[in-house]
Write a protein that binds this ligand. Sequence first.
Ligand code: PEP
Ligand code: MG
Length: 687
Amino acid sequence: MAAVTRSSAPDAGPWQERLIRIDLPEGLHARPAGRFVSLLAAFEATVEVRNHTTGAGPANGRSLTSLATLGVLRGQMVLVRVRGRDGNEALVAIEALAARGFDEGASPPLPPTPALAGLGSPRDAIVGQPAARGSVVAPARRVHRRPTGRTREIGGPGQEAVVLRRAIDAVRDELRRTRDAIASQAGAVHAEILSTQIMILDDDALAGPAFAALGDDGVTAEAAWATATGGVAARYRALPDPYQRARATDIDEIGRLVIARMAGAADPPALWGPGVLIADDLGPAETAALDLNLVRGIATAGGGPTSHTAILASALGIPAVVGLGPGILTIVEGTPVLLDGDAGTLTIDPDPATLAARGPTPSAAPHIRPVEPAAGDSERRLALEVSANISMLIEMRALQASSADAIGLLRTEMLFLDRTTMPTRDEQHAAFAAICDEAEGRRVTIRTLDSGFDKPLAFLPEPVTANPALGVRGLRRTLAEPGLLAAHVGAILRVAAEHPVRIMFPMISTLGEWRRARDVVESEIDALGWSERRPHGLQIGAMIEVPAAAICAELFAPEVDFFSIGTNDLAQYVMAADRTNSATSALADALHPAVLRLIGEVCGAADAHGRWVGVCGEVAGDPLATPVLVGLGVNGLSVAPVLVDDIKRLAERFDVDEARTLAAEAVSLGSADEVRERARTFLKGTH
Ligand code: PEP
Ligand code: MG
């Protein structure tokens, strides 16, 4: 952010101005704009914002929709003008918010990009855009927005205003209930999507024109609201940036919800049985309120892959494809469909050959155990463990429906994103125990708090530095808080007494850090009086995410029980490419031969000391990476729960010798693209 102080205006409270550069990857879209608006609630000040680069505006700083439709893109400057009693403080707070990147670090991640796209779509499939991963075969279910059959008596302007006000109030109550439910199911980060919907509902940019229109006789509350929301949605649709344009869906939903309420309909869209929900479009609140016992997948005619709907579907483990076109709205209720959230396709009434090629659906999949090496055949058969990465309790449903062998990575920090104070030992124990209880006996690898950079934690604030990715994050951060780390490790150990648990430390750079971390575990074991009888199966391992640790893996191997390679960070540091910056994230590709060579070194060191080594970064869920990683010598892959079955099936298609040959070739290629191409050819030959 660059700030330049400019002139101040005279009388009636002078204006103060700042030019602020917006460095957000998606520009000043609805979520950061919402944080800007929330921030101002504490100040008595008039705030106007202009897109200084394009000249758009001014927008009322207290209106989310006005701010978001300024169309401010990354790198553009906004001119913020403030005056009033708290003007000065408001300006300071706005600058601080911009300096913190509008707190976007704690935002829900976009759904992962499809991994299977490019392997080919089934014939006759309708092609849309992948929005949430996973695939399913199930009956088509049309959305039934329940009609009330009620006709409303139209009143005069005053009465119509009351009708509109009541409907807005009722929708706000409903959105708050959904937000609270999502907060406990999927965490505070995803609940924020619903908070944004509430802010849109309460935005003056909608209510102002709607209530003003009701001053004219004969205008109904429905028409006034539809015109106001339609106008704002049209402003979004006119924006040049596709990501910002996609936010029109959120406005459409607010329009729909209030109008449905005026017609007496209160319920979320209903399905008449389990299946794939087929809809014109679906808003985030509607998605959050869906009955998860019935919805196996989501297919929409409109919408975009970066929408809030897609983010929520991904968090809830529901495969989704968007932008399939209006043709899908004619699909007859109950027709079997194959929805492929990876390829971004919908196949109506798939033929047996298509189904056979795809294999069983996750819900119908048999519980495939890893192939045990048979005597005399140990070299050729795979004993690959395929486990799941878990960040929140709600994902356990998807894990249970899968054939996951274990939880390979529990991202503990994600359980506490809504906390502003350190959770107590008991609270932590309860959160870990809830996950382990649902793991149904599977081993759970619990990673200690990995805070900082892309995962800021309110109760562990990091100092503002120029390079947070290279700062005091991960294990560095927790080692700096000995009391906190001891309580955290103590809570993990308590679950280890009841469940098969491994403890894993993130972002280790040096042997010294590893030893300090391990010593904390040992002293907590002593404190619990367990020195003589450690919990059965307790293991302590190191994540390999920093090139220094990968290069020195041979030194770590004798001391660790296992390695888990965090390729998201390893690739970022090897390639010197920020994983959170859309301009560089593609370069942080774990299939680049430079990263693969390091993975190979770690596997070699682990093998030499008889240590288990897994990969838990996103690349583990990329089918093109499966044979390469197996060939390099990894023993386990930990992936999103919905991908477990697919990766298992894939790993059964080749043997270790073939994979080794492929990996040996891959490390000598010149780019990640070449590795992908080679792996694609390899997989085609394994059908
Ligand atoms: C990784 O870096 O690969 C990893 C698994 O950790 P995270 O993505 O949570 O940083
Ligand atoms: Mg990491």
